[in-house]
Design a protein around this ligand. Structure first.
Ligand code: RB5
Length: 150
């Protein structure tokens, strides 16, 4: 069952632009409102600028983020610097599912040069429809939140 009231902040760098455009279909299919922070292709833009902006918005607006770059790694590293972001790099449906069930990931990172389009679509579908399992996993997330508070 899909979680209610999800809103997605979508963004990519130049390497992820094309796949990011295709992933809009999945959001539309699922009636999920989204905001595209990278509506134009910008040759040689820098993923940290995009990840920080998107991450801050996700936290401030209690939204979810979907970030696409070449490998997904750069976006994931940068987004996780933003307090409150739990960004997960997913490379198949299982990693996407577990990042929701166990880690309550609020940002999904996908590598456009690492996974094919069908896999990327499936990753996003699973990530959008999987719930956090709470329980012992919430205890662990709370430790991360505590660490972030300093
Ligand atoms: C850009 O060439 C590439 O480095 C970037 O998209 C990403 O893969 C970084 O992790």
């Amino acid at each position: 069952m899909r979680e209610k009231k999800i809103r997605v902040i979508l963004a990519s760098d130049h390497a992820g632009y094309e796949l990011k455009e295709k992933l809009k279909d999945v959001l539309k299919e699922n009636d999920i409102p989204f905001e595209d922070l990278s509506p134009e292709f910008v040759k040689d833009d820098d993923y940290p600028d995009i990840a920080f902006k998107a991450g801050r918005k996700v936290v401030k607006e209690r939204a979810r983020g979907v970030l696409v770059c070449g490998t997904g790694t750069g976006m994931c590293i940068a987004a996780n610097k933003v307090r409150g972001v739990r960004a997960a790099l997913a490379y198949d449906e299982k990693s996407a599912r577990l990042s929701r069930q166990h880690n309550d990931s609020n940002v999904l990172c996908i590598g456009a040069r690492m996974v094919d389009e069908v896999t990327a679509r499936n990753i996003l579908r699973v990530w959008l429809t999987t719930r956090f399992l709470e329980g012992r996993h919430a205890r662990r997330i709370n430790k991360i939140k505590e660490y972030e508070r300093g």
